[in-house]
Design a protein around this ligand. Sequence first.
Ligand code: SF4
Ligand code: FES
Length: 331
Amino acid sequence: MRYSRYMIFLYAAMLGVPLLLYIRIVSSIYGLAFLSSVLLAAAGAGLVIFGIIGFDEVYAHKGSSAASIAVVPDAQRPVKHMNRAAVHGAEGSRTVAFRIRRFDAESGSLSWRSYMLEADRLTTVLGALVELREKQDPTLSMRYSCRMGICGSCGMVINGKPSLACETNVFDSMTGGEVAVEPMYGHPLLKGLVTDFDDFFEKHISVNPWIYRKGGGKFNSDKVFGQSREQTDRFLPYSYCIMCGLCQDACPVANANPDFLGPQALSQVYRYHADSRDQRGDARIFDVDTANGVWGCEFAGACSKVCPKGVDPAAAIQLLKGELFNTVAEC
Ligand code: SF4
Ligand code: FES
């Protein structure tokens, strides 16, 4: 630990003053009052000089530990409210054209509207949309929550690709200096860029996406269920789904056939079937052994391409098909 002169002064003052008073009292008892007064005056002067030097050190920012506590150089301060121009240079920003396709619930029509916005290399599409709404068009509607790719609510089509707006960088996604934003294609439209997820969630719930234990009912974790690394590896990649619906939106089969269960729900069937804690057995996969279940999948693979969490629903569906083949072969 490094002590500055300022800190030494403080400690000296705390310990020295009571000690000197004690010496003064004791010496006056033994008739040495003059000597003790001289001692006290010298010590007091020393403390005052030490104090002046210590305070000078603090206010002159000489880099001691005390000084660095009192005045932290700007470069070492944590950036609380990020000043983008200061961090990355104002020259990094540029004006970007946004074309936004919005749904008007009253007229039931979709129309494009153009905006211009100053963006820098940190701006996300969601950040740009929020700024557009705050500064240019309060009627712009979009759904979002976490702003960090976790809640799955900011899905939209950005330059033709289903994407999470909060994870899409404006500069990276620009084509021809422009960013085109549309509501998702495969979900009913509600307002602006907002789409309806009711059908998507119903399909998810329909596959019983939870662990079953024998005796019926949902998994009750009243004890530890140990799993080996191999056992967790089987289902873990499929458990990262955040239900953003992008895979459903990208899937040509789901877009053409609303009854198709879709890549998200089917990948969750595999996720729970592959989990060694689940005791639902083959009933789980037999439920989706249908034309609108696993056999509806034409293995286009678009679902896996757009998944922001690397879930790979296309692989999950093929694994389900393999499980069904194996089950039938065993019978
Ligand atoms: S599988 Fe991927 S794309 Fe589909 S809902 Fe889950 S996280 Fe989104
Ligand atoms: S706002 Fe939560 S994933 Fe984008």
